[in-house]
Write a protein that binds this ligand. Structure first.
Ligand SMILES: *Cc1c(COP(=O)(O)O)cnc(C)c1O
Length: 426
């Protein structure tokens, strides 16, 4: 990224449309593209020439978004997918095989915990969960079958921050790729590749689009991992039987992972992003820098207000001086610790449920990273099936609420919390 962040967010990956001069990226709402002749078609299908065949693989609108996300993250390439969860599977797919495992942080988005602890087992993959603040435990968990290490830069639901450079030192020494979910930070607050990450995954559904209109995901490749060095990543280093013996790493170098993700991943798994969604996300990213600055500013104000309120027993925001993660946040996330955190209210489960019902500006939804402020009471929703002990262990205690702070006027958010606390904590 030679230009500034905001310039890159507006310009990267796009140019006036070659056919019409359209300044904004057109929505190429087409499934297929006419071949110039049969030779051209054969070259495209053989990957001897790069071009458009079919929109499950490539589409100009989605391609513009891929280039913009790659530029913002400082990656060699990116591939967009139908959701953040699809992006996680797309990131793991070229690396994994039956019997292989990933080491995942215990502090992850709940849906990711479910995906890793249950669903991927059906592919014969396994996840081992480790506290990434315990670097010795992380080092010790990596074994001969480990093919990736996975964490979130800023993690859901507590807004805790990960010391990515320290984690990357360990994965580098072990010769294993580090995958960082950068959804909550966005490249505005954190650029994991500069800190040593191999791959970055995103739920574009959240801050990147920024207004709760699109479900999408992305995998960004740093282009720096040597897929051929260890023999552990045959999908990228060895002849690919479903591509007449093509070796992706040898042929495409730093673009190998991205080419594989399109030519094999999207072709055969089909978790493709649609051009309309890509268009909305491109427009959202244009204001990412403006929005994130406001999100973190508001979050800091709301968290400080909550912490000083006697009706509140705890606030997890890493931007607070009282947080055990504050020093790491200030060192590695100098522009702010995100805009998602939890707080606990006096009066337990009953007060927490009453508070959610009394809030007027905050919407009770299972989403985050919207322009609107959002709240969820995990114990009565996403973590409802767990025992109280399990809820506490998962960071979803009965008295705890998760806030996603939007970009409204902060005084209005505080006033809403104030009146709802008055109703909930009598
Ligand atoms: C929402 C979210 C996901 C999943 O993304 P979807 O677009 O909902 O599939 C993954 N990781 C984090 C941190 C998230 O917040």
């Amino acid at each position: 990224m030679t230009q500034g962040f905001d310039t890159t967010a507006i310009h990267a990956g796009t140019a006036p449309d070659p056919a019409t001069g359209a300044r904004q990226v057109p929505i190429y709402q087409t499934t297929s593209y006419v071949f110039k002749d049969t030779d051209h078609a054969a070259r495209l299908f053989g990957l001897q020439e790069v071009g458009y065949i079919y929109s499950r693989l490539t589409n100009p609108t989605v391609g513009a978004l891929q280039n913009r996300v790659a530029a913002l993250e400082g990656g060699a390439g990116a591939v967009c997918c139908s959701s953040g969860h699809a992006a996680q599977l797309m990131a793991l797919f070229p690396l994994m095989a039956p019997g292989r495992n990933i080491i995942a942080s215990t502090r992850l988005y709940g849906g990711t915990v479910t995906q890793f602890s249950h669903t991927i087992r059906r592919f014969g993959w396994q996840a081992k969960f480790v506290d990434f603040d315990d670097l010795d435990a992380l080092r010790g968990a990596i074994d001969g079958d480990t093919r990736a290490v996975f964490c979130e830069s800023i993690s859901n639901p507590g807004g805790y921050v990960t010391d990515i450079p320290a984690v990357a030192d360990i994965t580098k020494a072990a010769g294993v790729p580090l995958i960082v979910d950068n959804t909550l930070a966005t490249p505005y607050l954190c650029r994991p590749i500069e800190m040593g990450a191999t791959l970055v995954v995103h739920s574009l559904t959240k801050y990147m689009t920024g207004n709760g209109t699109v479900t999408g995901g992305a995998v960004v490749d740093s282009g720096t991992f040597d897929w051929s060095a260890s023999g552990k990543f045959p999908s990228l280093s060895d002849p690919e039987p479903a591509y007449h013996g093509l070796r992706f790493h040898e042929t495409f170098g730093p673009a190998a992972f991205t080419f594989h993700s399109i030519a094999i991943g999207l072709r055969d798994l089909g978790m493709t992003m649609n051009p309309q969604g890509a268009h909305y996300t491109l427009m959202g990213i244009e204001t990412l820098g403006l929005r994130m600055a406001r999100h973190v500013d508001n979050a800091q104000k709301v968290a400080e207000w909550l912490e000083n309120d006697p009706r509140v027993t705890a606030v997890t925001y890493a931007g607070l001086a009282s947080s055990p993660w504050n020093a790491t946040a200030r060192r590695l996330y100098p522009k702010g610790a995100g805009a998602l955190f939890t707080f606990s209210v006096k009066g337990g489960y009953d007060a927490a449920v009453k508070l959610v019902g009394a809030l007027k500006l905050f919407s009770h939804v299972a989403n985050l990273g919207d322009a609107r402020s959002l709240v969820i009471h995990s114990a009565s929703t996403t973590h409802r099936q767990l025992t109280e002990d399990q809820q506490r262990a998962a960071g979803a205690a009965p008295d705890l609420l998760r806030l996603s702070i939007g970009i409204e006027d902060p005084a209005d958010l505080i006033a809403d919390l104030d009146q709802a606390l008055a109703t909930a904590v009598a």
